[in-house]
Design a protein around this ligand. Structure first.
Ligand code: PMP
Length: 401
């Protein structure tokens, strides 16, 4: 007997549950394309060389201790993270109109930002795209915000529903928060063009909406950290306010270290200092202060010219391998004469391809080919290799014919 006897079994997380099922499958040909984590050509997780180097430096430094770090995290890490996202010469940084706090990766940054908005923003409603990363609605609802959606993806063109997006944001109540994927939209792989971003920016500013960028893939989309940050920087350049959540999970491969940052750009330095004081009140009762190790790795790399340069090369290597997987899969389907237009595989951006395969086709590929992916037909291109492309192409071909 238990006081918890009434507790019902919860379903597996829709994304992480894919790996749970994959791990149980004894098939030698099984393929996990569910989780958004980078794999090498050999299918192995990758620890970047620069990360190994930074860790060696940290271990060798005997003066380093394990004291608590401040509630807002490591000061160096915060400054350097803001520069990485907004640019060295960002007016918001030069004018001190920004506060950056170290958080538990992208998820923790979104949650802390959400809780701050629920407490202090006059319009505690957030608009998220449909579809979006499955954790977004849960994070913001639990943070205390009212979650609404705006149209984003058009299944018929497998591209952006720009008209629907503009219409929905255009009718959002003034002051509403708008969640925007900074680049490499998850799960669709569809991003606005820079011209479209400019129109979105104008609309958001003219309607008095508040942009909240989720940047989980900086550098992973194009291979360039600066190019992927362009849309965010357009919103900083106009002098307006915004929030941005950064994750180092993908671009530095620091998944399990849980390193990220929340920045809030404010109208004045005075406001920014007060906002920071309130962010600390959000963080303190939640987890007191963030962990030291991952942020120290990031700070070590960001402040050392050589390590930083080496990182950009390794990052581009990851992005290029993903892009090459897109081409190999596209070519393999063409070679098989698979019916349908598959050009979206090479057009979409970032870690995922939103295949357009339906639930039944996904189930068929799982049962007959031991291929694992989320039920919306999203596949992680980072989990694919030259060796496994033919197996996936065979499965897709069989699923649609
Ligand atoms: N936002 C998006 C769009 C993501 O895809 C992810 C990772 N799947 C995250 C945020 C956060 O990931 P993490 O908490 O591991 O940094």
């Amino acid at each position: 007997n238990s006081v918890f006897a009434h507790v019902v079994q919860a379903p597996e997380d829709p994304i992480l549950g894919v790996t749970v099922a994959y791990n149980k499958d004894p098939s030698p040909v099984k393929l996990n394309l569910g989780v958004g984590a980078y794999r090498t050509e050999e299918g192995k997780p990758l620890v970047l060389n620069v990360v190994r180097k930074a860790e060696q430096q940290l271990v060798a430094d005997r003066s380093r201790v394990k004291e608590y770090i401040p509630i807002a995290g490591l000061a160096d890490f915060n400054k350097l993270s803001a520069k990485l996202m907004f640019g060295d010469d960002s007016p918001a940084i030069l004018e001190n109109r920004i506060t950056t706090v170290q958080c538990l990766s992208g998820t923790g940054s979104l949650r802390v930002g959400g809780e701050f908005l629920a407490k202090h923003h006059h319009q505690p409603t957030i608009y998220i795209p449909t579809p979006t990363w499955g954790n977004h609605p849960k994070i913001f609802t639990l943070a205390g915000l009212s979650v609404k959606t705006y149209r984003y993806y058009d299944p018929t063109t497998r591209g952006l529903n720009f008209h629907g997006l503009m219409e929905d944001l255009g009718s959002a109540p003034s002051g509403s928060v708008v969640l925007l994927h900074a680049c490499a939209h998850n799960p669709t792989g569809v991003d606005p063009t820079l011209q479209q971003w400019e129109q979105i920016r104008k609309l958001i500013r003219s309607k008095g909406l508040l942009p909240f960028f989720d940047s989980a893939y900086q550098g992973f989309a194009s291979g360039s950290l600066d190019a992927d940050a362009k849309p965010v920087r357009m919103f900083v350049a106009d002098g307006g306010e915004l929030l941005a959540a950064q994750s180092y999970a993908k671009n530095l491969g620091l998944y399990g270290e849980r390193v990220g940052a929340l920045s809030i750009i404010c109208g004045s330095s005075d406001v920014a200092r007060r906002v920071e004081s309130q962010l600390k009140l959000v963080i303190r009762p939640m987890y007191s202060s963030p962990p030291i190790h991952g942020a120290s790795i990031v700070a070590t790399i960001l402040k050392d010219r050589d390590l930083f340069h080496e990182w950009t090369i390794e990052l581009k290597g990851m992005a290029d391998r993903i892009i090459s997987m897109r081409h190999q899969l596209f070519d393999a389907l063409r070679k098989r004469g698979t019916p349908g237009d598959w050009s979206h595989i090479i057009k979409q951006i970032g870690m995922f391809t939103f295949t357009g395969l339906n639930k039944e086709q996904v189930e068929f590929m799982n049962k007959e080919y031991h291929i694992y992916m989320t039920s919306d037909g999203r596949i992680s291109m980072a989990g694919l290799s030259t060796k496994t492309v033919p197996h996936l192409a065979d499965a897709i071909h069989a699923a649609v014919t």
